[in-house]
Design a protein around this ligand. Structure first.
Ligand SMILES: Cc1ncc(COP(=O)(O)O)c(C=O)c1O
Ligand code: FES
Length: 485
């Protein structure tokens, strides 16, 4: 199958027509259609292997749950009645079908290395990657030259913190972040603190918001960078980016934000917010896994030390071949997000309200973690604690519901979430927290099913709980003197 080349193809064609190294193309522009046809014909696969007829379909296509090895399910004591209902959009999002469509040609025919300079496969791929860079830049109000493709937000966060700190280490020795930032920011900061930097981990208020006065007081003449996450992955807190940016600019300190959970969900403009560096991840906005970007401001210029040695791709900041299919998928995801953000937000807010109200109509003693004001949170993240149930049983029993307890990476350990602890949430309530993540493709029927499953399970656990019995009898549990034997 030959794909039409589209806009990028037209530019490519112009280049192709100009090229003197390709004999047929050295003529005038009038030969272009012939050249295109020849180029496309040359790119046809004439010898694709015949499809093998009798291979059974992969079980996952019929029932995703069936793809999980049975022994593993048994080991974990899990029995699934069909695939669990996915409400974990902060961990990752499914690919938007439009993203898949955009990527497909690059997975088959347009497989050139975007850094190949000597033939049309390379030029074509480069054009497509540059188109994607434009789409990413447009979503955040940046210049495409300020977008560097990376493997995701983890890499971008490492690059921002270590890259800036190391570049300016002659004069600057101090870094500021928050106690509720993502593990990859905190770990990068810890790495730097083991190498002579001083790190301030700012506390947050009970709703997860930063105290701006504390931030301003923490800035020192030797502060290299302030790193504050835009939207928290566990509780959805939306930090006041504009105000933080203004403080950093006033003190001439670089402002980095981990925006993995914010991009495509909330409006972002790097200039209005005075953001100097920003980390983005494609798989959080219906794009592919394994690609992201770092925004690096050019005026005033931010310098940083590359973390990867190699061929000097991406302006020498991130060596390695740019994965063109992923970049194109990422670009498409950004374009769709830019065009549909208002529609997405309205849909997600409606479903989040339905979920929250539906649960509260049928259950008492639910606490919403994070800000109560919807303006200070990303609406698609509902982190709820259910009082008087046992945390582990809650998560284990809700096997038909794919939700997260705190962040996906820490939930396996069943440790209470460090984010909830930083908010001052008590340990038992932190353990009974569930993060419901609603997205573009979530439906009303799914929300209703999630309500039914949660209500059924929480009620069952509470019926078994002696604490719940006491609460029902009107006993104030806080006044009980528990025996120490
Ligand atoms: C806030 C935040 N930062 C960083 C990451 C890591 O992103 P990636 O998976 O692209 O490395 C995530 C996702 O888990 C996240 O939620
Ligand atoms: S890495 Fe972010 S939720 Fe796990």
């Amino acid at each position: 199958m030959t794909q039409p080349l589209g806009r990028a193809g037209a530019r490519l064609l112009a280049r192709f027509a100009k090229s003197s190294s390709v004999a047929e193309c050295s003529g005038a522009a009038g030969t272009a259609p012939k050249v295109l046809a020849a180029a496309q014909a040359g790119r046809q696969f004439s010898a694709l292997p015949e499809p093998i007829e009798d291979v059974p379909p992969h079980p996952a296509t019929a029932n995703p749950a069936a793809a999980i090895p049975e022994e593993l399910m048994e080991m974990k004591g899990i029995k699934l009645s069909g695939a669990p209902l996915y409400l974990d959009m902060q961990a990752t999002t499914p690919l938007d079908p439009r993203v898949i469509d955009a990527m497909m040609p690059l997975m088959t025919e347009q497989y050139g290395n975007p850094h190949s300079r000597t033939h049309m496969y390379g030029w074509e791929s480069e054009d497509l990657v540059e188109g994607a860079r434009l789409q990413v830049a447009a979503l955040i109000g940046a210049d495409p030259k300020e977008i560097i493709f990376t493997s995701g937000a983890t890499e971008s966060n490492n690059l921002a913190l270590k890259g800036v700190a190391n570049f300016y280490s002659g004069k600057k020795k101090h870094i500021i972040t928050t106690q509720t930032d993502h593990k990859c920011v905190l770990d990068s900061a810890r790495y730097l603190s083991q190498r002579g930097f001083e790190v301030t981990y700012l506390p947050v208020k009970p709703d997860g918001l930063l105290d701006l006065e504390l931030l301003e007081q923490a800035i020192r003449p030797d502060t290299a960078i302030v790193s504050v996450m835009m939207v928290n992955n566990e509780i959805g807190t939306l930090q006041p980016m504009k105000e933080i940016g203004a403080i950093c600019r006033k003190h001439k300190v670089f402002f980095h934000t981990d925006a993995a959970q914010g991009i495509g969900k909330v409006p972002v403009n790097v200039n209005e917010m005075n953001i100097d560096l920003m980390s983005i991840s494609a798989h959080k906005l219906y794009g592919p896994k394994g690609i992201g970007a770092i925004y690096i401001r050019r005026r005033p210029r931010v310098r940083l030390e590359a973390q990867m040695s190699g061929g000097g791709q991406e302006r020498g900041i991130r060596s390695g071949t740019v994965p063109a299919p992923l970049a194109v998928g990422f670009g498409k995801a950004c374009e769709v997000a830019r065009q549909e953000m208002a529609v997405d937000t309205a849909h997600i807010k409606k479903l989040a309200d339905r979920l929250y109200n539906g649960l509260n109509d049928q259950l008492q003693h639910i606490v919403l973690n994070g800000p109560q004001d919807q303006k200070q949170r990303y609406v698609g993240n509902l982190n709820l604690s259910f009082a008087y149930v046992e945390g582990e049983s809650l998560l284990m029993g809700l096997k038909d519901l794919a939700v997260s307890s705190g962040s996906a990476c820490t939930s396996a350990s069943l440790e209470p979430s460090y984010v909830l602890r930083a908010l001052g949430v008590e340990e038992d309530m932190a353990h009974t927290s569930l993060r419901f993540g609603i997205g573009r493709f979530t439906t009303e029927a799914e929300v209703d099913r999630a309500i039914a499953l949660t209500v059924q399970h929480v009620s069952k656990l509470r019926e078994m709980s002696p604490l719940w019995e006491m609460v029902q009898e009107g006993i104030d549990i806080k006044t009980i003197q528990w025996s120490q034997h």
